[in-house]
Design a protein. Structure first.
Length: 110
């Protein structure tokens, strides 16, 4: 397994740890002309992410890839991990966990 801190282009075999801020929004109009993307599915997937639920690449791949692209553009991917075919997922890390990690390793508290 290979762990990267940058963007990995093959999103179907890569998993991502992402940060989703409370004000995260997606401009769905940018996908209206894409016949491979179902806007309602995309909205549901974004709602799942905002609720802290994990997404999987094998489910609704076109929408999954679109979300990965947006997360990369907005610099919200914290970590990328290469896996096997169709092993990709998006795992949300919350601000509380980020604060705990920061305080433990950077902030000097133990």
């Amino acid at each position: 397994m290979k762990i990267r801190t940058g963007f990995v282009s093959n999103s179907s075999s890569s998993s991502y740890v992402v940060f989703i801020p409370n004000d995260f929004n997606l401009d769905y109009t940018q996908f209206e002309d894409d016949d491979d993307i179902n806007i309602d599915t995309l909205k549901n997937m974004v709602s799942d992410l905002k609720s802290g639920r994990r997404l999987y690449s094998q489910d609704d791949y076109s929408e999954y890839s679109a979300i990965v692209d947006v997360l990369q553009e907005k610099d919200l991917i914290v970590l990328s991990i290469d896996g096997g075919p169709d092993d990709g997922s998006i795992e949300v890390i919350g601000q509380k966990k980020i604060t705990e990690i920061y305080n433990k390793y950077v902030g000097g508290t133990k």
